[in-house]
Design a protein around this ligand. Sequence first.
Ligand code: CU
Length: 222
Amino acid sequence: MSNSAKFLWLLCASAMIGISACSDSGDTGNATEDTGITEVTSPSTSSSAPPATPAQSAGQPVLAPAVPVPSSTPETEGGDASMSSEVESSAGDTQAPQQHIVKGVVTQWQPMVLFVQPGDRVIFRQMIGHDTQTIDGMFPTSGTAWQSKLGEEGFSVVLEEPGVYMYKCTPHVSLGMIGAIVVGDLPPANLQQLEDHPQNKGMFARAIRKLKLALESQAGGS
Ligand SMILES: [Cu+2]
């Protein structure tokens, strides 16, 4: 290759570099966002599940933060996370009766407030040393009273009449072992009857306050 040819080749090459550099730096209008580069393929040889599309991600329900349990009143003995009920969500609104469990835990009922639908069955467990008995005047007037034997494991009731049923454990009522079962729609029809009850004081008043907090929480959360 002669010198002049070399020179021409260099001139040509440098001109091309200049043009390409010019087109890279100056012509921003042609700049494209090369999204292909971001798709780094996994070195994994196995064909993994396809990545979630934006539609799938958007379709996933955003889990709401847990509803804060209302702070317990100062005179509580602690361990008062029993406000939340263990009611299964009635998705589909099926009318099939459900079963619910209430446990005797030390000197408390768990859950302390239980929400059920008419016809549901409530079963009492961990009943050693406990009984369960409706409190006179603190359940619907046409509702069914109940009373288990002491330590009657698996005692159960089926509640048809809507309203609040307040019940106690006889050995531990003075320690606040009082529970509430709310049957049917909110607010329960006999709530005012509970508040007007002459025994709405002491541990009973405390239980009714907790019931009202649970009712507010249930009404707001669903
Ligand atoms: Cu008890």
